[in-house]
Design a protein around this ligand. Sequence first.
Ligand code: NAD
Length: 315
Amino acid sequence: MNTIGWVGLGNMGSRMAANLVQAGHEVKGFDLNATAREIAASNGVQIAENIAQAVSGVDVVFTMLPKGAHVRSVFEGEDGIWANANKSTLLVDSSTVDVETSKYLHEESSKLGFDFVDAPVSGGISGAAAGTLAFMLGGSVENCTRAEKFIEPMSGRIFVAGGPTMGIAAKVANNLMLFINVLANSEGAQLAEKLGLDPKVFWDIVSASSGQSWAQQTWYPKPGILDNGPADNNFDPGFAVELARKDVGLALEAGAAAGINLPAGELARKQFDLLISEGLARKDCTLVAKLVDPAEQLEGLSEEASTANQKESAV
Ligand code: NAD
């Protein structure tokens, strides 16, 4: 049994921490949100009153927070992780953050004498609950090896992507591909239907053809085709537009820093921004299909949901 500190018990973190408890570890968790704390406590996480209490005397600390700024804020300062964890404690950030933040966390941790690993995940809330997430690790071979044994109960696959920040690099590039594929599906699905194809017949053809993709298999934007996909649930998330926008933005930032052009990624960001401006940030990202034919009500999306969201955003 190990003692584990956990900061960020949201949709992903609460489920991941629950799997560590199930595996017999003692988990001390902290979150700013009272509901998140209650859910985690009901899964056997010992709730800490602050970060210092969550991270002192533990073998490893995991952070699972929304964005780079949140992660920096929990590491820094006299109340933060660096000031309150033992130097022998391994630090693992599983949040999806910008490459610069990940680099900073590696460099500062190293200066202060901590071992640090970036370890973002893929697999969503269902993968977090099932303990089947894909982890992408970035760090020294020794630190990644050290992290693997803690990660194992939460994961289906663990990849050592390379040195510092390579886990984040893999995650950001993967998600750029994912969201470009989401746009490809939205256009292909709508075009096929306009040309007179039955959506299920077309989906079966694509499944055996070169247009096939993970997004097509699991997030196809037509109702009645997948087993309980976003289009069968009024485009409730799933994977929210605002999170997709965040991830594409991280990829575009990284691309700009590397001096390369990512025009398809830019288009994906533009489409997600359009949905956000319509008040649809919290609907599923596959709702980009709506933008293919703005004059028509998208099949699977209730008129009420679409207008309710627009009213909300206008307030
Ligand atoms: P979430 O918003 O549900 O959870 C984040 C939690 O962090 C919240 O409970 C919030 O209260 C807490 N938090 C914020 N600031 C804090 C602070 N200073 N101290 C303590 N707690 C704080 O987000 P999520 O869906 O769990 O995602 C977490 C990370 O995982 C994100 O970076 C996201 O991009 C990534 N991710 C999410 C998914 C997904 O499907 N949701 C999939 C893969 C990766």
